[in-house]
Design a protein around this ligand. Structure first.
Ligand code: ATP
Length: 370
């Protein structure tokens, strides 16, 4: 089932939780709603489910206005961050629950329920846990059972609100791969709320980046990561170095170094920031006359295939983070305290109106990462 939301507005008192949000969730795809805490992700999910009403706007399910349809009629399956399994029921009975409470005319027979629950337990690869009670399961197992329970009633839409948020990093990683495989098998239209950019980039077909009740960008993981539409998206989707300066006729001048900014050929001495991912920086030992930004190597950390370098600029003491291959690191034979020169291989320049938003994206991401 496809989902469309049109011009959704939602306030809580004076606070604008959703500001004119319009989005399409294509049938059979897995979309991640990604953004910092409080940006409105859960509110949007609850509106789609029918658990919350918008102040204005429409939710269309397969093109039909859903406003008159009750939660139950929307055929939505939910999985929340905090396991909502019934503690006093076995795993089997938890999954069977939605089938047993159907009106008599639609209720499957006992044999059909048994078959259905067994096949769902196989699907989530936990058939050996059917007789256990929820407190006897690990967090990851409980979330897989919660998903099996949501799928039992054959929802047309699956809404997942930070389903792995309470689990440790390793289990989260395993479960998101597992969820992706499961989705490839079932193709239920799914919306997945997360504030973890890595999780969204790895799992989703489509990512919706939200910030303060607004949609900042929609696109595939590759599109939003490689072509961020705003400084907020750049800052939110990964580590980034900012080179602040002024843009004039297609050239950014920052810290005495000039960078091409072909998107801003018309700019006339405007404030601008060059955004560079750590792996898009070239690093060399400093030699007189070398072009680039001069910085001291403060700390280096080389484990696995990559070396992470923390540098401090000579001109303004700002920190720069660079990531180079371990091979290159060994070849340069760098020592902490050495003077280096860095040059961006790739940078994206944003000017003027965006510049003030840049800091807020960094703050939002850092706050969430803590
Ligand atoms: P998180 O990642 O922290 O769950 P979120 O992006 O899902 O955040 P929402 O839960 O949608 O954010 O909340 C958006 C904003 O609306 C928040 O500032 C929240 O405090 C506010 N809000 C949500 N529900 C209510 C409510 N029932 N009454 C008042 N304010 C609310």
């Amino acid at each position: 089932m496809s989902i469309e939301v049109k011009d959704i507005n939602k306030r809580f008192g004076n606070f604008v939780a959703l500001n004119n949000v319009s989005l399409n969730f294509p049938a059979g795809e897995l979309t991640a709603l990604l953004g910092p805490s409080g940006c409105g992700k859960t509110t949007l999910l609850r509106i789609i489910a029918g658990l919350e009403s918008p102040d204005a706007g429409q939710v269309l399910l397969d093109g039909d206005d859903a406003s008159a349809r009750h939660v139950r009629e929307r055929q939505v399956g939910f999985v929340f961050q905090h396991y909502a399994l019934f503690k006093h029921m076995t795993v089997f009975e938890n999954i069977a629950f939605g089938l047993r409470v159907k009106p008599r005319a639609q209720r499957p027979s006992e044999a059909q329920i048994r078959d259905k629950v067994t096949s769902l337990l196989e699907l989530v690869q936990l058939d050996w846990l059917a007789d256990r009670y929820p407190p006897q399961l690990s967090g990851g197992q409980r979330q897989r059972i919660a998903l099996a329970r949501a799928l039992a009633v054959e929802p047309r839409v699956l809404l997942l609100d930070e389903p792995f948020g309470a689990l440790d990093a390793k289990v989260r990683k395993e479960l998101r791969r597992w969820l992706r495989r499961l989705h490839d098998e079932l193709h239920v239209t799914s919306i997945f709320v997360t504030h973890d950019q890595e999780e969204a980039l790895e799992v989703a077909d489509q990512i919706v980046l939200m910030n303060k009740g607004n949609v900042e960008q929609i696109g595939s993981p590759g599109e939003v990561y490689n072509h961020p539409a705003s400084p907020f998206v750049y800052g939110f989707l990964g580590n980034v170095n900012l080179f602040r300066g002024r843009v004039h006729e297609g050239v950014l001048e920052a810290g005495g170094v000039t960078f091409d900014a072909p998107d801003h050929a018309q700019a006339q001495d405007e404030k601008g920031i060059g955004y560079v991912r750590p792996h898009d920086l070239e690093v060399d030992r400093y030699a007189p006359g070398a072009e680039g930004i001069v910085a001291q190597l403060r700390r280096s950390h080389a484990i696995g295939p990559l070396a992470q370098l923390e540098l401090e600029r000579n001109d303004n003491a700002e920190l720069i983070e660079a990531v180079i291959s371990n091979e290159r690191f060994a070849q340069l034979n760098l020592k902490d305290g050495e003077t280096l020169v860095v040059r961006p291989r790739r940078l994206h320049v944003f000017v003027d109106k965006f510049v003030d938003n840049a800091a807020s994206a960094e703050v939002a991401r850092n706050k969430d990462a803590r």
